[in-house]
Structures are given as structure tokens and as C-alpha cells.
Design a protein around this ligand. Structure first.
Ligand code: SAH
Ligand code: MG
Length: 953
């Protein structure tokens, strides 16, 4: 029985570790030295002359400028380091005391902090604020020496912190901090002159002249100044974001220049946002400060409700800065920093703005993390850590929540332990996985088709629930998948990916009907509150819709409507270069090199957008744009192709474009397409294939084919159906042998694999025909799209049916269902079923050099009990397989014999691939009437020799 114990670990901000505290205080001056020590207490036999090596322990010596401390011994290096840091903290008595002043104390601290900032010494410090103070002193005329309150409120972390203790609301309201600073300054009016209406502060007594360093070293009167490129973000969504150049004279104050541009004349009326993006960036939104009389009014409102009431609200600027921004705004990267006394500045291109937008949506954040905005796609499923590229789902989810001002996601991991699986029938099977039907899933194009964890031989597994709360702790979304994983982190990543996939639809396609949202949510085990979601993401919806002006958006719509893409047909792509025969299959890693351009109809004008020397992704997981995946699936290593696709949303194009002006003019003047040039550089097979090729000669796959050929000959079979034919490796190879076969059929549920099979069968069969090759007597070949658990009367009574390495890719119950359907309804004369022998894995895993590449962490945990392929849902021992096959045969009046390929029956642990050959008892056959159920499969491709040969009259 399964016991379920729940460990809920909500992620809260962890307290600072001892090492972090030491680092904060001493930085590089703290030196840690770790040494190995022998644990003598653990040595078995003290009297023994030979030195016995006990488990290795670590001890850490921490050298600080003032003291040296030595830790106790620990099993892990990092524990030893933390322990040393902890001891040092104790010795130095520097345990950070939490700052918890009373309100009165906080007021005192605020006034004395202001006094400190206006003292002589501060002017020559490297504090970012001192740059503003010096610039203020250079201001001419009336404003000489006036320092904007907004600057004081924003650039001094201490002021911000103190204000929080005066009024907690100050944390999220810069206007409140400003008014507190003004009040505190008023109390100090012997020293500071507060200008209430000007929103600035000035020292009452002038600084001593020797402190104000005139910029003599720069050659006085000659001023170069600098030009900074910024973006203008108009309040109206109908106006585009545009670049703008600002000229700052060397003696000028940059905030005055920005103020002038915003129409407020001078620095103190400029409201500055927090930094956007990385903490180290200086990217901020500048906007006009609301009138003093209105401050209280502004701070009391709830942005999410007022959005549509107030026309001056700048939605785009508010969205990217996470604060209220009113009126036209400027996005700039400029300011004084700790690093230098000079003004820092950096050009902000249109691309920066669009990258910020793109980064706020799950799929976009993934694209940016891969630096492949026009090629990468958030994959459908988390298969393994070693196949994942780019930021991990959990990290993306946390960032998205932060961007949208939600609480940190809460992950609850459930440990599920079961009794030793050896006792259960169908051991080594994954713990019950509640999954929607596979077919339905591929329809949704979303849910993981192979996202289930690999669980085998282990008695412990984890599943993970994710909850997303608003800042006010309203539960807005919950994802509770049933899938169990042997590793906690895999469970967390997989659940995070589900949330991301759903959020992506919700955010990227705001017009998605609720029924569709519900349907997708159900497949992803998600429950959501539309009410809270709409509230939290209101501005996201309107800003992304207006990433570009309405007029341009309409134009874009026209383009995509005119494109008549037929999705059902597997599109054949023009491919250049000799075939090397190495094709990527599902689950393998393909490495490509690509470049993308915007091209006008007729290819007359091209504008380069993005390129990448080497881009690696897992095939079959939609980790790249669908058109690209289709193309890559048809290529072999070394080949190139040229793919034209419809435009992706302009937001993405502009986030990638280097020259946004050229790109914009192309986009708005003509109808364009994207053109991709791709070369397939390399294919890394999944572990299973690599092992099979490295360890067996001929490779196991070839041995399976030869096994089938022997039986075809032995039975003089003329018709064959390959259930789960994949990319057609068996059908393809059968053509190379002279056999009695006339009709061959393949069935699979993967359209992509079938398309590959079609392509290669088509080429081979036609070339035989051209060469009048008589070795193959094949008259017809058909590929069907369908699930082999369903019956289709067109495939009744074939001579031979094969099902090689397929059943382990289905849930165990479906594998059993398949067995029953084949023997009871399809009734082939012979059925050959192969599946991995689980017991053989020890040998495979013990000798693959490649497995070293895998994440070492993963390797340790999987030890010798991992499945051969992450898509395998189970792997059977010999006795399990025998049990299943004998029971099945008995029920349907077939006999069964066992065999295999790789290894041998007589040596432990048996064959690598175990095979059962079922033979129909023909005396019984006549009783079984052919059932006419109609046709459950869809013909995907068909080849008939009659259609091709000249008709005999
Ligand atoms: N027989 C091939 C492919 C094996 S891979 C070979 O030996 O090379 C397993 C294949 O089974 C995949 O192509 C997968 O799409 C297919 N498959 C899994 N479940 C299926 C189902 N229910 N119906 C049809 N095909 C299925
Ligand atoms: Mg397999």
C-alpha cells in the first residue's frame, strides 16, 4: 500500500546565512581554507596495524583581518564553511541586529540621516547621492544647490528603510517617502531649507569653497557634454514608443534635461522609478511628479481598479516599472553609481523595451533565456534535467511572479512511499499516474506526452503542488499533478512548467475563451480563479495588445489571415546537401545553426534579425517554433534548409531586431515573412540508442530487423503490419531484404514520426521502381495515424504483426489493452512483440562512457535502476514479460514462444531485448468473424504500385 506523507515547504525569504553575513562585512578579505580530516572514531578496529580509511570529513579555517576561527568537522565542505562563519560571527559579536525602531526613533533616525547627507564630508563620498549633490551645486541661478526630494528618497537605501518603519505603506509608495523626507527636513530647518512646492532641499549654509571641487581638471570652459539615447513612452497607447536623444552639457544636471523633455522644466518635478530588470542596471522610468496636493489621492487608489478611469495613467510605463506612472514617460539608463564620480549612461534601444515586455510572459522569458527569441519555444514537457536547455521552469515561474507583483510561488512536495515494488504485480511500474488520454493531449498541443517521471526500483517518489498567490494572499492558481518523480526537483520543475504553459496561453492570447482556458487547465491539473487572475494581469493584457500601435496591429492581422497554412499535411521542406543518414528522432538532442531575416514578398528586401552559431534542443518537445521542428525532423546531419514562415508577433521581432528603424519600416510598408536558414550540425541520440549502438554489433535495432526478416521468411508472410512503427526503421529496412512481402503497413500516433517514415519509404520505393529492382516485391505500403489500442478492420487477419520496442512507451494498462485488441480483433497469424529486459540494464549502465556526460547529480541518484529512455513508462523483467505474454496467449487461443536479441537466453541476465512470438491456433480462427467497426485510423500516406505502373489495357 502506499503511504502518503506530506512535507510542505513554502518558500519564504530565507534568513541570511552566516557566510553571507561575513561576506557583507568583509567581502574578499574573508578567506576560507577547507582541509580533509580523518574521522578516527569511525575506524573499525583501533588496534589494527594497517591504517583504515574512515569516511572523509572536512574542517574549515576562516581567516579574517581580525581573527582566525576553525570549524568542527563535517561531512560536507559547505557545512564546515558555514560553521566557521557562524563561529566568527559569535566571536565578533556581529550578529546583525534587526532594525526595529519605534516610530519616534525612526523619525529621529530620519532627521539625523538627512543631516548626515547634507554634511560637508558626504559631498566627497562615492555614494550615488553625492553625485546628485555635486550636480545640484553646479546648477545655475535659482536652483543652485537644490537637491530634488525624489532623489533623496530613492537613492539612499537607509532613508527608504527608515521610512518603512515610520509608515509601512512607504515601501511601495515613493510619494509617501518623499513627503516623509520633506517633513523630516522641516524639523531641521536650521540646517536644511525645504522647498515644499519645489520638492527640493537645499543646505542653509553654503559649503566651504574648498569642498566644492570646481571641475578645473577638465579644462574649465570647454564643455563636451554627452548625448544619451533614451526611449519615450507616451501615455497614450495609440502612440508608439520611440527613441530620443538627450544632450547633457558637462556642467548640466541630467535630471534637468529629462525634466525639460517631460515638460516639467526642472529636476525636482521628475519622478524616478526603481531600477528595471537586473539590480545592477540603472534602467529607470522618469515621469512628471503628480502635483503635491494630489499625492494622498494617488496613493490611496488601487491601480488595478483605476486603470480604465484615468486617462493620464501611462499603462506601458506602469507595467514595466511596476509603479504608477502618469503622463508621458522616459525610459533611460543614466545616473550616478557607486563605481565612479562621473555620470554613468548607456544607450537604450527600442529592442531593450521590447525585451522587457517579452520577458514578462513565460514563453518570452524562456526565449530570452536561450537568447533565441525567434527560434526557441517553451518546451511541452520537462523530460530530464540533462535535456533541458535555458532557464529552469521553476526559476522562470518565480521571475514571472515577481515581475507581476505576485507572492513567491509556493511549492509543496509530497513524498509518496510504497512497499517494495517487487511484491506488486507489474513491479517497477510508475506510481499511478492520472493522465488524460494521449490523443486528447496531443490535440491540446500542450500537455506533456512524456512528462512522467522515471520511477523504478525505488520505493520513494515525490509529486509537487504549486500555488500562486496575489500579494494580498488570494489564491489565484493551483496546479496539483499526480505524476510522481524519483527526484523532488524534477517534480517541482515539471509542475512549474505546467503552470507556465497555462499562464502563457492566458497572457499571450487574452481573447482565449474561458471554455478553452478551462479545458487546457484540466489537462494540466490546474485550477484557477479567473476573477483574481484578470485583476492581477489587467495591465499586462492591455500593454501586450498595444505592443505596437493599433494601425500596425491591424495590418499584422491581415497578413496572418491571408496566409493559407495547411497544418494537417506534413509539409515537405526543400533541403540542400547530401543525406548523411543521421536523422534526429524524438527525445534526441538536435544541434542547429540558424539565421533569421525579415523578407518582403518576392524576397527583394531582407533585414537580418537574429542568428545563432549553435542552438541545441530536444526533438519532439516543441522546443523550437513548429515550422522549424518540422524542417529539422526531415533533415540529416550536415544538411541545410530554408524555411519561410508567417510573421511572429511584432513584439518578438522588435525584441530581436538590431536595427529597429529598418525593421519597422519594412514591417509597416510591405507584407513580410520570416526566412530561416538552418543547418543541422549534430544529433545526440537518447541514452538508449547510444547504448544500443555502442554495445552491440550489429546494433540492436538491426538485430531486431533481422529477427523479423527470419520470421517473415519462415512463415512466407505476404502482409505485415508494424504497430508503433515510429519513423519507419523496420519498414524501411525490410525493403532491403528480398522477402515474400507484398503489402506493408505502419501505424503510429506520432504524426511527426510518420511524416519521416513517409518521406523515406516514398524515396526508397520509387527508386526501386525506377531501377526496375526486383528484390522487393512490395505492391503497396500504407501509413496510418492512430492509437494501436484501437481496432481498425482494414488491418484484420494480416500474416504477421510486429510491435517492436513500443509497449514500454504506453501506460501498463494500455499495453495490456493493446495485447487484447490485437489477439482478439486484429487476429494476425503471427505477432512479434519486443520490449527491453529490465534485468539487462545493469550491464548497459555499467558500460556506457556517454553516461558520464549526464548531470552527475542525476547519475548518482539513478544508480543502476534507471529506465533506458525517459519516455519509457515501465520496463519488465523476464518473469513479468513471460507472465504477461503467456496469460495473454492463453486467453486468446494463441501459443507463445520466447526469444530475444542482444545477449543470450542461457547467460544471465538474458537478452537485452526480449521478444515474444505469438502464433494463432488456426483451428480456432474460423470462429472469429471479422469485425467491421468502421475505420479508426486515418491514412496518412499511401503508395500503390498500380497507381505508378503504366496501365495494362
Ligand atoms: N517500432 C519503432 C519505434 C519504437 S519507439 C522502432 O523499433 O524503431 C515507440 C513508438 O511507439 C513511438 O513512435 C510512439 O509514437 C509509438 N506509440 C506509443 N504509444 C502508441 C500508441 N498508443 N499507438 C500507436 N503508437 C504508439
Ligand atoms: Mg523504447
Amino acid at each position: 500500500m502506499e503511504t502518503v506523507k506530506s512535507t510542505s515547504n513554502a518558500t519564504k525569504k530565507p534568513p541570511m546565512t552566516p557566510k553571507a553575513i561575513i561576506h557583507q562585512r568583509f567581502g574578499d578579505k574573508a578567506i576560507y581554507k577547507v582541509e580533509e580530516v580523518q574521522d578516527l572514531t569511525q575506524n573499525g578496529c583501533p588496534g589494527l596495524a594497517v591504517l583504515q580509511k574512515g569516511p572523509c570529513l572536512y574542517r574549515c579555517t576562516l581567516l579574517l583581518p581580525e581573527i582566525v576561527v576553525v570549524s568542527d568537522s563535517f561531512k560536507r565542505k559547505k557545512d564546515a564553511e558555514q560553521s566557521a562563519a557562524e563561529k566568527a560571527i559569535e566571536k565578533l559579536g556581529i550578529r546583525q541586529k534587526e532594525y526595529k525602531p519605534t516610530i519616534l526613533e525612526a523619525w529621529d533616525d530620519l532627521t539625523s540621516r538627512l543631516a548626515f547627507l547634507f554634511a560637508n564630508e558626504f559631498l566627497s563620498s562615492l555614494h550615488p547621492l553625492s553625485g546628485h549633490f555635486r550636480a545640484a551645486l553646479r546648477r545655475e541661478g535659482h536652483f543652485n544647490g537644490c537637491v530634488p526630494v525624489s532623489v533623496i528618497a530613492l537613492y539612499d537605501a537607509k532613508i527608504g528603510n527608515i521610512c518603512k518603519h515610520v509608515n509601512p505603506a512607504a515601501e511601495s509608495n515613493p510619494l509617501l517617502v518623499m513627503s516623509l523626507v520633506l517633513k523630516a527636513a522641516a524639523k531641521q530647518n536650521d540646517m536644511i531649507l525645504p522647498f515644499e512646492e519645489q520638492l527640493s532641499l537645499k543646505r542653509r549654509n553654503p559649503y566651504p569653497p574648498d569642498i566644492i571641487q570646481p571641475s578645473t581638471d577638465h579644462g574649465s570652459s570647454l564643455c563636451y557634454g554627452s548625448t544619451i539615447e533614451v526611449l519615450q513612452i507616451p501615455a497614450s497607447l495609440y502612440k508608439d514608443v520611440e527613441t530620443l536623444k538627450l544632450k547633457i552639457a558637462e556642467t548640466g544636471y541630467y535630471l534637468d534635461v529629462i525634466g525639460h523633455e517631460l515638460g516639467v522644466n526642472e529636476a525636482s518635478n521628475v519622478l524616478i522609478s526603481r531600477t528595471i530588470g537586473k539590480a545592477s542596471s540603472e534602467l529607470r522610468i522618469y515621469s512628471p511628479t503628480p502635483k503635491r496636493q494630489l499625492w494622498d489621492h494617488f496613493s490611496e487608489r488601487d491601480v488595478k481598479q483605476s486603470i480604465h478611469l484615468d486617462e493620464s495613467l501611462n499603462e506601458r510605463a506602469s507595467y514595466i516599472s511596476g509603479q504608477f506612472v502618469y503622463g508621458d514617460a522616459i525610459l533611460a539608463s543614466v545616473g550616478y553609481t557607486w563605481k565612479s564620480a562621473d555620470l554613468f549612461h548607456e544607450a537604450v534601444a527600442l529592442r531593450t523595451y521590447y525585451r522587457i515586455l517579452v520577458n514578462k510572459i513565460p514563453n518570452g522569458a524562456y526565449k530570452i533565456s536561450r537568447e533565441a527569441i525567434l527560434a526557441a519555444n517553451l518546451p511541452l514537457a520537462f523530460t530530464t534535467r540533462s535535456n533541458w536547455r535555458g532557464s529552469l521552469p521553476r526559476d522562470i515561474l518565480c521571475t514571472i511572479c515577481r515581475f507581476h507583483h505576485l507572492s513567491e510561488p509556493v511549492f509543496s512536495v509530497q513524498l509518496i512511499s510504497s512497499v517494495s515494488s517487487q511484491d506488486l504485480p507489474g513491479c517497477h511500474k510508475k506510481l499511478e499516474v492520472m493522465e488524460a488520454d494521449r490523443d486528447e493531449k496531443s490535440e491540446a498541443g500542450l500537455a506533456a506526452s512524456c512528462g512522467s517521471g522515471n520511477l523504478v526500483g525505488s520505493t520513494e517518489a515525490s509529486s509537487c503542488e504549486v500555488k500562486i498567490y496575489s500579494k494580498k494572499q488570494e489564491l489565484i492558481l493551483r496546479c496539483s499533478p499526480q505524476e510522481a518523480y524519483r527526484k523532488q526537483t524534477d517534480a517541482i520543475q515539471s509542475a512549474s512548467l505546467k503552470v507556465l504553459s497555462w499562464l502563457d496561453i492566458f497572457l499571450e492570447k487574452p481573447d482565449t475563451p474561458v471554455e478553452k482556458l478551462n479545458a487546457v487547465a484540466e489537462k494540466l491539473d490546474i485550477h484557477f480563479s479567473l476573477h483574481y487572475l484578470s485583476k492581477e494581469f489587467a495591465s499586462c493584457h492591455s500593454v501586450h495588445k498595444c505592443g505596437i500601435t493599433i494601425a500596425q496591429a491591424l495590418k499584422r492581422l491581415n497578413y496572418s489571415c491571408s496566409g493559407n497554412v495547411v497544418k494537417d499535411e506534413p509539409a515537405f521542406v526543400a533541403i540542400a546537401g547530401q543525406s548523411s543518414g543521421i536523422t534526429p528522432s524524438n527525445g534526441s538532442l538536435a544541434s542547429v545553426c540558424y539565421s533569421v531575416s525579415l523578407v518582403t514578398d518576392g524576397d527583394r528586401v531582407k533585414e537580418h534579425l537574429e542568428s545563432c552559431e549553435e542552438f541545441e534542443f530536444e526533438v519532439g518537445n516543441e522546443a523550437v517554433l513548429p515550422d522549424l521542428e518540422v524542417a529539422v525532423a526531415q533533415m540529416t546531419v550536415g544538411q541545410s534548409s530554408n524555411v519561410q514562415t508567417e510573421l511572429v508577433p511584432c513584439e518578438l521581432i522588435l525584441a530581436a531586431a538590431e536595427d529597429s528603424a529598418a525593421t519597422l519600416s519594412l514591417l509597416s510598408s510591405r507584407s513580410c515573412k520570416l526566412e530561416y536558414n538552418i543547418t543541422l550540425l549534430r544529433v545526440t541520440e537518447p541514452l538508449e540508442e547510444r547504448m544500443e549502438q555502442a554495445l552491440f554489433s550489429p546494433p540492436l535495432s538491426k538485430q531486431r530487423v533481422e529477427f523479423a526478416v527470419r520470421h517473415i521468411k519462415e512463415f512466407s508472410a505476404s502482409s505485415l503490419v508494424d504497430f508503433g512503427c515510429g519513423s519507419g526503421s523496420l519498414l524501411d529496412s525490410l525493403l532491403l531484404y528480398p522477402t515474400s512481402l507484398e503489402k506493408i503497413v505502419g501505424v503510429d500516433i506520432s504524426q511527426r514520426s510518420l511524416a519521416r517514415a513517409a518521406k523515406s519509404l516514398h524515396t526508397k520505393l520509387n527508386s526501386f521502381l525506377g531501377a526496375k529492382d526486383t528484390s522487393s516485391g512490395i505492391k503497396s505500403a500504407v501509413l496510418y495515424d492512430g492509437s494501436i489500442t484501437k481496432y481498425d478492420s482494414r488491418l484484420h487477419g494480416f500474416d504477421i504483426a510486429t510491435c517492436l520496442e513500443v509497449i514500454e512507451h504506453m501506460e501498463e494498462k494500455d499495453a495490456c489493452l493493446f495485447g487484447d485488441v490485437v489477439l482478439s480483433s486484429f487476429c494476425p497469424k503471427f505477432l512479434i512483440v519486443s520490449t527491453p529486459n529490465y534485468e539487462y540494464n545493469v550491464i548497459l549502465q555499467g558500460s556506457t562512457p556517454q553516461s558520464q556526460e549526464e548531470n552527475p547529480d542525476e547519475k548518482n541518484q539513478s544508480q543502476s535502476c534507471k529506465f533506458r529512455n525517459h519516455d519509457h513508462k515501465f520496463e519488465w523483467t523476464r518473469s513479468q514479460f513471460n507472465h504477461w505474454a503467456s496469460d495473454l496467449a492463453a486467453r486468446h487461443n494463441y501459443s507463445v514462444a520466447f526469444s530475444g536479441v542482444g545477449g543470450s537466453a542461457d547467460t544471465e541476465p538474458g537478452f537485452a531485448s526480449q521478444i515474444a512470438i505469438f502464433r494463432r491456433s488456426d483451428d480456432d480462427y474460423d470462429r472469429v468473424a471479422k469485425m467491421e467497426f468502421g475505420h479508426q485510423y486515418v491514412v496518412l500516406w499511401e503508395w500503390n504500385i498500380e497507381d505508378l505502373l503504366p496501365k495494362k489495357e
